[in-house]
Design a protein around this ligand. Structure first.
Ligand code: PGA
Length: 263
């Protein structure tokens, strides 16, 4: 059994003051499930240090902090970029790579996403790799081959010799379900995720494949999470809109705890 993993993706939201207020309220609400669910907060670069500090202050020492992006480059003349060393210095442990907003709005193609993924893994950060199809691809019945091509582009020729167990997570996020309020039917999300699991088992060494958590993302809410987590292959969720309010996000975390652990 893989431990549930719930990730907040704040996107372009929350100043330092707002981030601090979020953690203060959130910490009160999830103290009881801290040991049963792994939680990661993906803050904007400017709030990362505040979130790391506040998590320590409020005793949420198991909650980790992710960056929403990173440069594929080591250092040098790359205006506006942030590298892995800068993130690690702030206390970041994971990075989201390949989010559909990076792919679509910022034109990141598979080769950029591969370079970023390799950089993250080589520098001992955890990779949260996103994939997902557009509505057009879904309606053309090409979802499965599309997802397979996105995953192959990064994971087919990766040097697995230095990658650690648990260092890779994958989020399946159908683009048409992101920020739209249209959740993907949980049966269908589970089917796609089961296919991803099969592919991961084919591409990765067995010990690593077993520890890859595969999440669903796209309009996850307190009202949808229980049904999603009850599915055989869904290991967790990547949450955008509903992660902005401590009340909603704490409910999602608490409802993801394995039933036996709920008091
Ligand atoms: P959403 O975003 O929950 O607002 O749909 C999910 C995501 O983009 O990661």
């Amino acid at each position: 059994m893989r431990k549930p993993l719930i990730i907040a993706n704040w996107k372009l939201n929350k100043t330092k003051a707002e981030s601090k207020a979020f953690v203060a309220e959130f910490s009160e609400k999830i103290k009881d499930s801290q040991n049963d669910v792994d939680v990661i907060l993906s803050a904007p670069f400017t709030s990362i240090e505040t979130v790391v500090t506040e998590l320590k202050t409020t005793g949420l020492d198991k909650v980790e902090v992710a960056a929403q992006d990173v440069s594929q480059f080591e250092s040098g003349a790359y205006t506006g970029e942030i590298n892995t060393a800068m993130l690690k210095e702030l206390g970041v442990t994971s990075v989201i790579v390949g989010h559909s907003e990076r792919r679509e709005i910022f034109n990141e193609d598979n080769s950029v996403i591969k370079a970023k993924s390799e950089k993250v893994l080589k520098d001992s950060l955890k990779l949260i790799f996103c994939c997902g199809e557009s509505l057009e691809t879904r309606e053309a019945n090409k979802t499965d081959e599309w997802i397979e091509s996105q995953i192959n582009a990064v994971f087919k020729e990766l040097d697995y010799s230095t990658i650690k167990e648990g260092q890779i997570s994958i989020a399946y996020e159908p683009i048409w379900a992101i920020g739209t309020g249209k959740t993907c039917d949980s049966e269908e999300a589970n089917r796609v995720i089961a296919n991803i699991r099969t592919l991961v088992k084919k591409l990765l060494p067995e010990n690593l494949a077993e520890t890859v958590r595969i999440l669903y993302g796209g309009s996850v809410k307190p009202g949808t999470i229980e049904e999603q987590m009850a599915k055989s292959d869904i290991d967790g969720a990547l949450v955008g809109g509903a992660s902005l309010k401590p009340e909603d996000f704490s409910q999602i975390v608490n409802l993801s705890a394995p039933k036996a652990a709920v008091k």
